[in-house]
Design a protein around this ligand. Structure first.
Ligand SMILES: CC(C)(COP(=O)(O)OP(=O)(O)OC[C@H]1O[C@@H](n2cnc3c(N)ncnc32)[C@H](O)[C@@H]1OP(=O)(O)O)[C@@H](O)C(=O)NCCC(=O)NCCS
Length: 219
């Protein structure tokens, strides 16, 4: 089994270790975070090493790495650590769930994490450092650029482009042939049918609170 070090000690790192263990050819051997963020000696039963000196303990010619961070700062923190790990000489590994329907002819880039129940249609291209949580549809001929986060039950229709540093909230929908510009934040359940401007924010109307109790209604 190929041995990897995971950057991070939060929920995403815990989840990544779990998936790598049950459904990948990779064995997680340690965690790493920036020295100032080390609070314990171990996480999930494995040692934690300072990122500043990680290559001394786990040389990049023997070990690979996975950056397990979320969408903080519109994915820019994950992008920074991705870049720093590359500069240290690491190859970043990707995970594609065996329960993902991956029909594209093109492999995804490095440091991607693609969960179960995703449908990745033919001719889709996925760049580096893209998280695709569970249950999304990525339509044919769409291009997902580097450093994106697609949450869950998102529909990206055919021939779309998702430029870098975007966040697509749960149950959001992107219509056919739409370009989502860099840094766009699409809120939960928003529907986008036209190209967006960089760093724009889209939200649907809020749900209405009725002046009733659930017990007043007949289901
Ligand atoms: C878009 C989103 C990020 C806004 O976050 P939020 O916690 O609702 O933010 P707030 O309630 O603090 O609102 C921020 C601002 O946006 C406005 N806003 C948020 N949702 C709005 C809506 N539906 N309609 C109108 N205005 C809205 C608020 O009025 C507020 O404006 P103000 O600062 O001028 O008062 C959030 O609604 C969302 O969709 N999050 C994604 C959830 C998700 O998919 N998570 C998956 C994680 S894996």
């Amino acid at each position: 089994m190929k041995k990897i070090v995971i950057f991070g000690t939060g929920d995403i790192a815990q989840i990544a270790k779990y998936y790598f263990e049950i459904d990948s050819p990779y064995q997680v051997v340690a965690f790493t975070v920036d020295k100032d963020y080390i609070q314990e000696v171990q996480f999930e039963g494995l040692p934690i090493y300072p990122f500043e000196e990680i290559e001394r303990h786990f040389p990049p010619n023997e070990y690979e790495m996975f950056i397990a961070l979320s969408y903080a700062n519109m994915n820019k923190l994950r992008a920074l650590k991705f870049q720093q790990a590359k500069e240290k000489g690491y190859r970043l590994v990707s995970y594609v769930s065996s329960k993902c329907t991956y029909l594209s002819q093109f492999n995804c880039g490095e440091n991607c994490f693609i969960f179960e129940d995703n449908t990745i249609q033919p001719f889709v291209k996925i760049g580096d450092n893209v998280t695709i949580w569970s249950g999304n549809h990525i339509g044919h001929h769409s291009r997902i650029a580097a450093h994106n986060f697609i949450s869950s039950h998102v529909v990206i229709s055919g021939h779309c482009v998702l430029e870098s540093y975007c966040f697509l909230g749960v149950n959001s929908t992107i219509g056919h042939n739409v370009t989502i510009a860099e840094g766009t934040l699409v809120g939960a359940a928003a529907v986008i049918t036209k190209d967006t401007e960089p760093y724009s924010v889209w939200v649907p109307p809020r749900s209405v609170l009725l002046d009733k109790k659930s017990t007043d209604l007949k289901l």
